[in-house]
Design a protein around this ligand. Sequence first.
Ligand code: UDP
Length: 318
Amino acid sequence: MGRVVISGGAGFLPSHLCDRLLAEGHEVVALDNFITGRRENVAHLMENPGFTLVEQDVSEPFTVDGEADYVMHMASPASPPDFKTIPFETLKAGSYGSHNMLEIARQKGARFFLASTSEVYGDPPPEHHPQVEEYWGNVNPNGPRSVYDEAKRYAEAVTMAYHREYDLEVRIVRIFNTYGPRMRPDDGRVVTNFITQALNNESLTLYGDGSQTRSFTYVSETADGIYRLLMSDESTPVNIGNPNECTMRELAENVIKLTGAESTIVCVEQPFSDDPKQRRPDISKAKRVLDWEPTIPLSEGLQKTIDYVRKEIAVRSS
Ligand code: UDP
């Protein structure tokens, strides 16, 4: 068991990872600047003696007291609307943030873990579908999403440079769309948008014609894949995602059915010029090296997320 320093620890996915790390017996030091992370995501951990929460922007220089066995860089805005409203914070999290976290890992002799993303593949053409780790991507270098995509690509590059130059132990996960409790209901992503709209009996907003696809993984399964990778010997990138692909129209229909809403579906103009048309992971590598494979069906995960958003709406309106 070890001491884990994790950036973005109060964010949606990293907060589930904090739960998992503590359950496995690790000590956790979570850093967050609370731009998109929320204290309530880790409120249940504040009495846990193994957990420490530190307010810290990891894009600025900083130090961490004590030893560290693992340094996990999970901090970044991750919702496309955030890329438009906080572009510089997004760029800095992937660039300066990666440098600073890598330096902490190097100074402490810790294993470094990078949260990369399926966005490094950009908008993959049909011949690169599904996406394997060897695919180099088709990324618009200056479109609205580029602040995230290029920062994460840079983050992978600087991570591998530390590995090659300093022999730093590194792990890189490419995370595909993940959903579940603790997402910000107003984060602007498709799952939370559709659920919030359905619960309010509003129309569900399909961007474009809704034929674009994504592949959604329930958060506990993503956290499990990440934990397995952290503990593995694999130093090259690994996809963690669910190969079950659906169109956004199918997702909207699913949400309407599960909520029992009377909502309709409306097509609105696509706000992102570089929105990927299709995305699905090839997870052969994760199966092979991590013995990991998601099993929770979308309808089951969506139901849990709907229950969570329903409670959030009730709390906010009380
Ligand atoms: N989308 C949609 N309606 C919404 C929000 C998003 O149709 O209200 C679409 C969006 O254009 C994209 C997909 O849903 O094709 C997934 O969007 P999200 O922002 O959740 O994540 P992304 O995978 O694009 O980073």
